[in-house]
Ligand binder design. Structure first.
Ligand SMILES: O=C(O)CCC(=O)C(=O)O
Ligand SMILES: [Fe+2]
Length: 300
């Protein structure tokens, strides 16, 4: 009679809810539980306020050394094969090392690291995939990268729920002089591509080797110019929503053996479950069907 809802009535209301709604709530619970289990609440706050966060000491230093050495060895392989990708024009010395995940199993362990992946899941939902895994080698003497968002080809206003987000593995200390990634804190709220003059608003992310920076793809950012001698090695793991075309066609190049030796989520991350592009009608493709309802939530 009164305004109060009896327990029986509440339970009845609950049981009337659509299974997709219940699934969304369970998804939120899973994401919340994982963030709390890994003690990441303050990092979620960083992501909300600043658009980026630094996770210190994500793996032993020996693992970071091994990532760095492997990236440099693969970059050398590219140079010898005449296919090195310059990052600062043909005259510059900085370069990109692409396709890492397909080139050495060590990168499988990196992309599955619990803490950075839990934060990416918070930003990008459970159904996100890996777009690319790259080494970024920045060498003294090259100019800084232009400020940008990691939402290429997306028109303004960029959707509030980011279409892409990034991990930056810090394989050399990041300082202003070493060529740290530059960011405009809070710019992920603007929902536009980087404005002219963004570089004047930017600050370097100071982070020790061993850290992983996680950032919202809507954040204005770019690689800083290295002033110290030598090179700065960073590694990105770039994630996109299921409906975005990945930079690297990982599904085509990751072997079934790599799928079998990793946790089940790895298969999804490299695109095994993606129904598109399809020869049959994608909407009714059984692979894609489980994902249509969860995408009603930005966390699905
Ligand atoms: O190398 C960096 O510090 C940033 C690289 C980056 O943002 C990019 O390539 O999109
Ligand atoms: Fe970027």
């Amino acid at each position: 009679m009164g305004a109060e809802v009896s327990t029986a009535e509440a339970n009845q209301n609950k049981s009337r809810r659509h299974p997709a709604v219940i699934e969304q709530e369970q998804c939120l619970d899973r994401i919340r539980d994982e963030l709390l289990r890994l003690d990441l609440a303050s990092h979620v706050l960083d992501l909300e306020l600043y658009g980026y966060t630094i996770l210190p000491a994500v793996k032993p230093m020996t693992f970071f050394d091994a990532l760095r050495e492997t990236i440099l060895a693969l970059g050398e392989e590219d140079r010898l094969a005449g296919r090195r990708i310059p990052l600062a024009g043909p005259e510059g010395s900085s370069y990109l090392v692409p396709w890492l995940l397909a080139r050495n199993p060590i990168f499988e362990e990196a992309v599955m690291a619990e803490k950075p992946l839990a934060l990416i899941t918070y930003l990008m939902g459970e159904s996100c995939q890996i777009s690319s895994n790259h080494g970024h080698v920045r060498v003294c003497g090259d100019p800084p990268q232009g400020m940008h968002t990691d939402a290429p080809m997306v028109p303004d206003p960029i959707p509030e729920a980011p279409v892409a987000s990034n991990m930056m593995w810090v394989l050399d200390d990041f300082t202003a002089a070493s060529g740290a990634t530059l960011v405009v804190p809070g710019s992920h709220h603007r929902r536009t591509h980087a404005a002219a003059g963004a570089a004047k608003m930017a600050v370097p992310i100071e982070a020790a080797k061993g850290s992983v920076i996680v950032f919202n793809g809507n954040l204005w950012h770019g690689a800083g110019a290295r002033q110290d001698a030598g090179k700065r090695v960073g590694m990105t793991v770039y994630f996109n929503r299921m409906y975005v075309r990945p930079q690297e066609d990982l599904n085509a190049v990751i072997s079934d053996e790599a799928i079998a030796r990793n946790p089940p989520r790895f298969a999804h991350l490299v695109g095994r479950n993606n129904p598109y592009p399809a020869r049959d009608f994608g909407f009714f493709n059984p692979k894609g069907y489980p994902y249509f309802a969860p995408t009603q939530s930005r966390f699905g």
